[in-house]
Design a protein. Structure first.
Ligand code: AMP
Length: 588
């Protein structure tokens, strides 16, 4: 398939944000796509080469791309950098530059989607000392044969700056229309996606084998399942209102969610955002096979740091000491954990998602054998507010965050947030009090004691409609010296020359970061703001929402992707909830 077909589609898609138009453009593209390349096209649309859980990263830095453009065009690096600064996007800058170039050269070889994809794939595999030169060689050879529009999109994919604003649901709508003639069949595709986390694979199956085959989609071991998520409630009373008077309450432990795939001695671990995190937990890899009484299984657990002497749970940030490439063994002994199981999704070759909670918990307790390292999450059945209160108290005393409340007769809904699971944290019980997970988008250099670090950070919520990150506050309190050091180490490689186009902020920062890191903050209140962009125009015209007195809680949420951060919808709900509390107390 000619790459120009894809580049033309990308070009049209970039000029609209309307979901219906994007769907139509995708349908037209899919109809032109041969079956053998459909999965590649679906990955490329999302700016990827493979599903996220395979961890394939292109890892091409702007500087390297600039060298490659220079090599293929013969134009100096300085000139390219100037053009880049003018355009604000290297893809556009490259197409401008190559427009000058193509007048003097002729195209050597047509560029196909397959060739671009294979080359990008090779680049992603390169490592070691000579890899930079090889990357430049591969990129410039593509650019040599590319027309300006193609070059623009090759670079955007390489740099991870292709942002078409196409949500997974939109891709599924288009696949359903293109290959089954009916948008309503998206529901069937959604199931397949939720249990495989691989949209390319879903596309390939519907294109080559049809809808009937998708209906029989099987869970595959070592392919992560998209996790079920919980709604939040603020009080025991609200929980009873939503769940009735007979449901399970589990401790909500403050650790990292781990999806454990095991068969024989082979164990693979996935995080909540479906990243392969096996390397960080060699202790789980080693000890789990002995604890599992089944040929194979997919289980969910919360890994929690513990105090070795007392067995008490320690806060989440202790786990982050394990987020390192080297000397992980040392971290494993210094920061011991327990693995606390709470669900079973697959067992002995069979899916368990359809089983209700009660049956899954029973199965879990049959399959998993407890010991010092392996535990079940404490659970009890509750029937009234007092029973919830008592169990919440116990849970907090044991060092956990609160409770997860789960309907007994409901299945596991992969990939969805709903009211079959509710979370009740103690902090939700006071006014705003709720913590928010926010994306770090900018930094301000520290002064005094904080020189050499970012003393204050600019934070953003996730705007799901626009697929952007909207500023909501600056935060400069709650940081220990150690936190500032650690944040500096993490954030420094994320500094960009230009503000990423997905960042929506009127406030200027000293430096801009790639919007990737998520941290947790608490605040006293949400207020209307003329400067911040979160929920702009939603509560008041020409104004957004901001956090008042935000404070870092000490939690760097490395397990969350930027798109998992608190959304503007959530902030609006909190804002309205806070007004209601004030109203109920006759404060307004
Ligand atoms: P939150 O990150 O606040 O949305 O809370 C959801 C997270 O709580 C999950 O992703 C798990 O990491 C964690 N968690 C702790 N205990 C449980 C439990 N008993 N059941 C499910 N999730 C739990």
């Amino acid at each position: 398939m000619e790459f120009s077909v894809l580049a033309d589609s990308f070009n049209k898609m970039e000029s609209t944000r309307k979901r219906l138009e994007l769907t139509q453009l995708l349908v037209e593209l899919f109809e032109k796509t041969p079956n053998e390349v459909i999965s590649k096209i679906v990955y490329l649309i999302q700016g990827k080469l493979r599903p996220d859980f395979e961890g394939i990263e292109l890892g091409v830095a702007e500087k390297l791309a600039i060298k490659a453009i220079s090599k293929s065009s013969g134009i100096s690096i300085k000139k390219i950098e100037e053009e880049y600064r003018k355009e604000g996007d290297l893809g556009y800058a490259a197409s401008k530059i190559l427009e000058q170039k193509t007048q003097t050269t002729f195209l050597v070889e047509d560029i196909t989607v397959e060739r671009v994809y294979e080359t990008l794939f090779k680049i992603s595999k390169l490592g070691g000392s000579r890899s930079q030169d090889m990357k430049i060689k591969y990129i410039s050879s593509l650019l040599n044969d590319a027309n300006p529009l193609e070059a623009r999109y090759i670079l955007k994919i390489l740099l991870g700056s292709l942002r078409l604003g196409i949500a997974e649901n939109t891709v599924m709508d288009a696949l359903a229309i293109a290959f089954s003639g009916n948008k309503d069949n998206r529901k069937i595709l959604e199931y397949a996606y939720n249990v495989s986390s691989d949209l390319g694979k879903v596309a390939e199956i519907i294109a080559t084998k049809g809808l009937e085959r998708i209906k029989k989609f099987e869970v595959v071991l070592f392919n992560p399942i998209r996790p079920m998520l919980a709604d939040r409630v603020k009080s025991e009373e609200e929980a009873i209102g939503k769940m009735g008077t007979n449901f399970a309450a589990e401790y909500k432990l403050d650790g990292e969610r781990v999806q454990i795939h095991v068969e024989g001695g082979k164990v693979v671990l996935f995080s909540r955002s479906l990243e392969n995190i096996s390397n960080y937990y060699p202790d789980i890899i080693e000890k789990i096979p002995k604890a599992i009484q089944a040929d194979n299984a997919i289980l969910e657990a919360e890994a929690v740091a513990i105090n070795e002497n007392t067995g008490d749970f320690l806060p989440f940030q202790e786990l982050m000491h394990r987020r390192r490439k080297y000397k992980i063994e040392k971290a494993v002994t210094k920061y011991p954990i327990t693995v606390n199981f709470f669900d079973i999704l697959y067992c002995n070759g069979k899916i368990c998602l359809e089983l209700n909670y009660k049956d899954r918990r029973e199965k879990l307790e049959k399959i998993v054998r407890e010991d010092d390292f392996v535990k079940y999450i404490p659970m009890t059945i509750v029937k009234n507010e007092n029973e919830i209160k008592d169990f919440l108290e116990n849970s907090i005393n044991a060092g956990s965050e609160g409770l997860m409340l789960k309907m007994l007769d409901k299945p596991y809904q992969a990939g969805s947030r709903g009211s079959n699971w509710l979370k009740l944290k103690r902090e939700y019980q006071n006014e705003l009090g709720d913590s928010l997970d926010l994306v770090v988008i900018g930094g301000f250099f520290g002064k005094g004691r904080r020189t050499g670090s970012y003393g204050t950070l600019l934070l953003a919520t996730y705007d799901e409609d626009e697929d952007t990150f909207t500023s909501i506050c600056k935060v400069g309190t709650g940081f220990s010296d150690e936190d500032l050091d650690q944040l500096y180490q993490i954030l420094n490689p994320k500094v960009t020359i230009k503000k990423n186009p997905r960042i929506n902020s009127e406030m200027e920062a000293d430096v801009w970061f790639e919007p990737e890191l998520v941290i947790e903050v608490v605040a006293s209140e949400i207020t209307i703001s003329p400067i911040h962009q979160a929920a702009k125009d939603k509560i008041r015209k020409d104004a957004g929402l901001a956090l008042r007195f935000p404070k870092f809680t000490g939690k760097i949420r490395l397990e969350k992707a930027a798109e998992d951060a608190s959304t503007n919808e959530e902030v609006i709900t909190l804002y309205k909830g806070q007004k209601k509390v004030a109203h109920d107390r006759n404060l307004i």
